[in-house]
Design a protein around this ligand. Structure first.
Ligand code: ADP
Length: 521
């Protein structure tokens, strides 16, 4: 790899990472903003809804009390101007839960009359005058004379409540004499359970929990603790009493949680997609960089591969031409010239063949031939080269002919490449060729006793330009020169014949390269 490549790759990785992270972070921030905004909106809506419910509870309690006051005033108006009618009042008391007494007094609060159900202690009503006071009586009378009635709550000893109003006056029929002050004495707790609670249950049906509380203690509730109350309002009618509510779990909270979950899933999905995209881009670019590096190596390897035999040929040829070589050494010189020329032509042949494969212009002939015969023929032709390198070459023939349809030259080229590698990387060990029929295939193998190929590289070595550097037998990294095209061609030629090319470890050390071609009947 060129020295700048790792940096360029790191920069690219950074850029891709940023490409994946920046949109994800932006998305997360945006989602967070939208989420909190909609949370605030939803909370506002929820609070508004709860306030509406609390208002309706308050209103209904007030309406009930007003209608009772109206009924009481009606009894008063119907009856004698100066007296309440005990009969209808008793009936009124019996039917109104929580109303314990009815008190009537003149507006000066000078005289008063208390009506209760039998057995009821009426002592609390005796302090009516102190509880309501003359200023509020005057205000009530003035309002009564304007034509409308108002209820004024007044707290009585014992936690009871007086609802004071002016019953007769200008608006009442048969009104004679000064207006009277009427008072219903209400017991708050029974009032809450008889009047407020049914309303709470009604409005709480949508999953909202509601309760009436006094000093943080429940007076009546549809399953709500004071600590869980989200919104609360004083109960207009009952002093020191409030009504509180909490939105049901199935409502806004759940919607928010659902929304948050959906956002999370979406966010995760987007990040995943971006991450996967960045990863693919990174992988693609890394591969490109790797190929570019291999090509670079290839050019320098090819130059070297060309230069070495050319230099040898030139040197030997010059020596011969100048007559500087003794006769007895001439055969060796000639042999070297031939071998180096062969090496050159193999190299050039490989490069040309590979470029034909790359351009798709390769033509594979399909002539019937015997693979066993071809292997033996190539071995014989190549034996001298193998032996010159100090190796031995043996071929185990097949039991019979191995007919295939193939291109003689291309297959020969493959076998020579395999033999060449076995010599180059085999550490001067014996090279063995073999042929056999196996499962509808004709199989040719070349085995050596070299260092073998690491498992991780067994597929890579068949890629163009790839050269691995296995350790040689002496423990050193091999320095054999090459182009990285040999095995790529072996595989391409095999595949072009409908066959395969592979390598495996040889038992006892070394590699076995195999070409398997479909047999031709
Ligand atoms: P080249 O031999 O020109 O480098 P090849 O495509 O023929 O290219 O081989 C690719 C790589 O596979 C070689 O560089 C070498 O590392 C490894 N290789 C090939 N044949 C053998 C072998 N018989 N034993 C060990 N390694 C081998």
């Amino acid at each position: 790899m060129t020295p700048t490549s790792p940096r360029a790759l790191r920069q690219l990785a950074g850029a891709l990472l940023a490409l994946a992270i920046v949109p994800a972070v932006a998305f997360a921030v945006l989602q967070g903003l939208v989420q909190s905004e909609s949370e605030a909106q939803l909370a506002e809506i929820r609070d508004g809804q709860l306030d509406g419910l609390l208002f309706s509870v308050n209103q209904s309690a007030w309406d009930v009390a007003s209608s009772w006051a109206e009924q009481l005033a009606w009894i008063r108006a119907e009856g004698a101007p100066t007296d309440l009618l005990p009969g209808p009042v008793m009936e009124f008391l019996t039917e109104r839960p929580g109303v314990r007494a009815v008190v009537v007094a003149d507006t000066a609060l000078a005289t008063q009359q208390v009506l209760t159900l039998p057995g009821e202690a009426a002592d609390t009503t005796l302090v009516l005058a102190e509880a309501i006071g003359l200023p509020s009586i005057r205000r009530l009378v003035a309002q009564n004379q304007q034509g409308y009635r108002k209820l004024e709550p007044a707290t009585l000893p014992g936690g009871r409540l007086g609802l004071v109003f002016v019953a007769d006056g200008a608006s009442s029929r048969d009104a004679i004499g000064p207006p009277r002050v009427l008072c219903m004495v209400i017991d708050p707790d029974p009032f809450v359970s008889a009047v407020v609670m049914p309303k709470l249950r009604e409005v709480g049906r949508g999953g909202v929990a509601l309760g009436v509380f006094r000093g943080g203690e429940p007076v009546g509730t549809t399953d709500l603790d004071w600590a869980d109350v989200e919104r609360q309002r004083p109960l207009w009618l009952l002093p020191a009493t409030s009504v509180g509510a909490r939105a049901g779990a199935g409502s806004v909270e759940e919607a928010l949680q659902r929304r948050a979950f959906q956002s999370l899933v979406l966010f995760g999905g987007v990040t995943l997609v971006l991450g996967a995209g960045a990863w693919f881009a990174w992988r693609g670019v890394r591969r490109e960089v790797e190929v570019a590096r291999l090509r670079e190596d290839f050019v320098s390897n090819v130059s070297h591969e060309l230069r070495t035999p050319l230099a040898l040929i030139r040197m030997y040829a010059e020596s011969l031409a100048e007559g500087r070589v003794p006769d007895d050494r001439k055969p060796r010189y000639y042999a070297t010239l031939v071998a180096e020329a062969e090496r050159l032509s193999r190299l050039v042949g490989n490069v040309l063949q590979f470029s034909r494969f790359e351009r798709g212009t390769v033509q594979i002939a399909r002539e019937p031939l015997d693979l066993g015969g071809l292997v033996e023929e190539i071995a014989e032709r190549y034996r001298a080269v193998v032996e010159r390198e100090g190796c031995t070459l043996t071929v185990r023939p097949a039991d019979g002919p191995l007919p295939v349809l193939g291109d003689r030259d291309a297959l020969a080229e493959s076998l020579v490449n395999l033999l060449d590698n076995a010599v180059k990387y085999g550490g001067a060990g014996p090279v063995e060729g073999s042929v056999r029929a196996e499962g509808g295939h004709a199989v040719a193998e070349v085995a050596d006793r070299g260092p073998g190929i690491p498992v991780a590289d067994r597929e890579r070595v068949f890629d163009p330009f790839v050269r691995v550097q296995p350790e040689s037998a002496d423990g050193l990294v091999h320095t054999a020169k090459g182009t990285g095209l040999g095995l790529a061609l072996v595989r391409r030629i095999a595949v072009a014949h409908g066959g395969t090319a592979a390598v495996r470890t040889r038992e006892g050390g070394g590699s076995v390269f195999q070409i398997a071609l479909p047999t031709h009947a």
